[in-house]
Design a protein around this ligand. Sequence first.
Ligand SMILES: *Cc1c(COP(=O)(O)O)cnc(C)c1O
Length: 389
Amino acid sequence: MKFIPYSRPEVGDDEIAEVVDTLKSGWLTTGPKTKIFEENFAEFVDCKYALAVNSATAGLHLALEALGIRSGDKVITTVHTFTATAEIIRYLGAVPIFADIEPETYCICPKSVASLLARHDDVKVVIPVHYAGQICDMDSLLELQKDYNFKILEDAAHALPATYNGKMVGGLSDIAVFSFYANKTITTGEGGMVTTNDDKLAKRIKVMRLHGISKDAFNRFQSTKPSWHYEVIAPGYKYNLTDIASAIGIHQLKKAHQYRDARQKIAENYNLAFADLPLICPKTRNSNDLHAWHIYALQLDTDKLSINRNQFIERLMEKGVGCSVHYIPLHQQPYWRDAFELKDADFPISTKISGRHLSLPNFPAMQEAEIEHVIKSVRDIILEAKIND
Ligand SMILES: *Cc1c(COP(=O)(O)O)cnc(C)c1O
């Protein structure tokens, strides 16, 4: 059995043909392919606007800027995420305030958010992260929005496709951002999408993603105005997505449900195969909703094992299974810990989980034999390390 990587992107002949077509078309940067990708995406998530950007990080930055965040403003997010979610708060000179997570879904804990809102005046934005592709408790966050004057920016980097109360993620709150990084649920190599139903937010993001120019290149070259005419209305960024990337995205999007189904099947196989072991398998909040299953995060019941998480990962590697950790929480990362004086004791749930969890491979291109090899490897290591009581 060859080494099974944690993730392996799947790119088909359709993507390749579309990229070649784009390369031959004479239009490489943002143009007709990006327009198609955006239109298809907006329809897919049932949202008024889908705005393509060159990464989710860029999209989160643009979204927060469009929401009016300026230096010194307060923004709440979770510690149990990738650093990008929080770094964009710092890009704007704003102040991150960190919440703990729910013990079963690892999503931001609304009770933790409520207590932070009660303690801090004037929180402008809350950024929930749909961890692993399962939607946060949005009902509770939307309820809090009635009592406090904040906007919601969803980090939906893991959550394509996913539903909440039957509705696609993308139009659940003020604004959402998806990622098409190489290991995400669909990919364009690097890329992202911002979705919103808000006309003003969409307008601002369109301007700011391309140098603060009031018309994007596509309109500029298609409109009846002279092609050289443009106006700079703000010091914008360079965050537009190329047509080469969008060419890949158009075809990846068509396979998003098929990929998700494959990941769910792998997750179900794992859950079934590990049920009798001292492991805590991922749980779904509502089985009627779609879970994107971007991550299959497993927790070791270390009290019942003679090995710790790091040793477990080493043994899996020896057996040819790649894995990952999502995440070393931000309160344990030097920058965030030191700059904002974050302590383990302030995030008891995330702290407890952080030393005990890891993520197993669950990419759609996994072969049956590879899935079986992961299962057998996990079972063998755990059964050997199990402390008999
Ligand atoms: C991957 C990821 C991002 C950043 O996505 P990029 O497209 O690489 O910028 C942000 N937030 C979360 C939770 C992620 O997993």
